[in-house]
Design a protein around this ligand. Structure first.
Ligand SMILES: Nc1ncnc2c1ncn2[C@@H]1O[C@H](COP(=O)(O)OP(=O)(O)OP(=O)(O)O)[C@@H](O)[C@H]1O
Ligand SMILES: [Mg+2]
Length: 292
């Protein structure tokens, strides 16, 4: 078995433009993602984020280069339909618009849809639906109508539908983009739980730097190229690079920068809100001890 759950080598993908000419969407992407990692993918509009997600899920085929999933070459050209479906099961996708992902008129049927298509026996489907609803914090909503739920709840139902397929990896393509702050927090908390407790590999495409700060690594795409593959701490210590990419830094990092500019000597390299709060508290305690 491969050390990496996902590995790409010199991956390239092209689209045909309106004149029928091939235009590159991804150029020479080399990625290694271990089982259980939490990866954020950022980059301005059109940088190739969705294309990358679709390649990893085998919705698109590359022009050249290799994709290995769990050590298996997905680009050898001789995969059977069953093997492709198996990859789609193991690498689940959640998209931006929750309404486009609802397939049934009752929550439990919506979640059961995937496993039913796999021919899973009914008692096992029941168990999976219960487990998935429990995991996304939606127990009690079995008989509800999905279209009447809030955006955050709909996205959690979409995640539950993916979970019912027992995936090893979940790719979220701007799954919080259409949600209000509360819905966004619900989805992020759910995803963090899946990653931490269920050891599911997460690839989170996002425009929100506050979400990227939670990842183990952040990948920056720009015009189809992979420019950075860094832990958040390292990436957010390059605010000028990020601003040039049209990306900015998380509010927590912005706050720490501003406090330092105003002469407050904070220690370390805090990036998450919790770490920033910790650094400020430490400073205040030291100041109190010093002043007192
Ligand atoms: N179906 C398509 N046909 C032709 N060109 C496409 C198609 N899909 C994407 N592209 C082009 O490929 C490039 C990468 O697009 P992609 O959708 O992967 O970017 P993205 O980073 O997901 O952008 P966004 O932040 O807007 O979702 C862009 O230049 C886009 O115009
Ligand atoms: Mg996209």
């Amino acid at each position: 078995m491969d050390e990496y759950f996902i590995r790409t080598e010199h991956l390239c993908c092209n689209y045909r433009d309106e004149n029928g000419r091939e235009a590159p969407a991804l150029i020479d992407i080399n990625l290694k993602i271990k089982k259980g990692e939490y990866i954020a993918v950022i980059g301005r509009n059109g940088s190739g984020k969705s294309t990358l997600a679709k390649l990893l899920n085998m919705i698109l085929l590359p022009a050249s280069g290799k994709i290995y999933i769990d050590g298996k070459d997905m680009t050898s050209g001789n995969l059977s339909d069953d093997e492709i479906l198996d990859i789609r099961r193991r690498v689940g996708m959640v998209f931006q618009n929750p309404d486009n992902q609802i397939v049934a008129t009752i929550v439990e049927e919506d979640i059961a849809f995937g496993p039913e298509n796999l021919g899973i026996p009914t008692p096992e489907i029941r168990r999976r639906v219960d487990y998935a609803l429990e995991t996304v914090g939606m127990r009690g909503y079995e008989k509800h109508e999905p279209h009447r739920l809030s955006g955050g709840q709909k996205q959690r139902i979409a995640i539950a539908g993916v979970l019912a397929m027992q995936p090893e990896c979940i790719i979220l393509d701007e799954a919080t983009a259409m949600l209000d702050p509360r819905g966004r927090a619900e989805v992020i908390n759910t995803i963090e739980l899946l990653n931490r407790e269920r050891k599911i590999t997460v690839i989170m495409i996002t425009h929100h730097m506050n979400e990227a700060v939670r990842a183990d690594r952040v990948i920056v795409l720009s015009d189809g190229r992979l420019l950075r593959d860094y832990p958040p701490r390292q990436l957010f210590s390059e605010p000028d690079f990020l601003r040039r990419q049209g990306l900015g830094v998380p509010q927590s990092v912005e706050l720490i920068d501003e406090l330092r500019r105003q002469g407050i000597a904070l220690e370390g390299e805090p990036v998450t809100p919790e770490e920033c709060a910790g650094a400020i508290m430490k400073y205040l305690k030291q100041k109190k001890a010093h002043d007192g």
